[in-house]
Design a protein around this ligand. Sequence first.
Ligand code: ZN
Length: 234
Amino acid sequence: MACGSRSTSIRSNGRPGLDKLAFVSEEDKAKRATAGINDEGAPEGRDHDEPRIDPEIAARRQAALSFVRRLGDPVLKSRAAEVDRFDDSLRKQAARMGGLMVDALGVGLAAPQLGISQRMFVYRLGRDAPLAAVVNPEIEWSSGEQETLEEGCLSVPGVVVDVDRPLHVRVRAQDERGDERLIEASGLEARVIQHELDHLDGVLMLDRASREERKRAMRELRDAERERGREEAA
Ligand code: ZN
């Protein structure tokens, strides 16, 4: 997830201290690093000009994205199957997903996004954070308290939408070795987990956005497509 998110926009929760949550993707960090602007000084909002991304990082990202299924692919609308074999091939798959996610500059990637109908996703919240593989997750509890944040998705590149989600979740899952895990997450981690878990149920961030947000996102996608068509024709 989070391929295009850049600004923090918490509206529903007025709690001081929590509204400083930085929801900045690896991509933004790479762009900012290469563009020489820091988090505070970066222009925010949807309309600013994209800073240049390092060509080598961009090429790696493009290569990784070529494996990621896009909006319109039926696998993204299907419920993925439970994982029942925790073998070497599953662990290899988890490692491959992690590699592609890092190369794609995402913070999360679910198996269905690679066309694999399995209830597994990976996520990593920062360059130095450990890479986590989450298998057969179930949300055991989520907070009544919600927040609104912009989300991006590697399967819907170039688009961000505001999505309301619970601020805290408790998730029962397994890791890639089949060991039980109980994840108690808040803020960005809770959001990434919920976004990726949605992928396992065939739900996209667009399905969670308001009608107006969805309409705007679809318009932006169409415009981007037309733009690409014009560039190819030129
Ligand atoms: Zn996604």
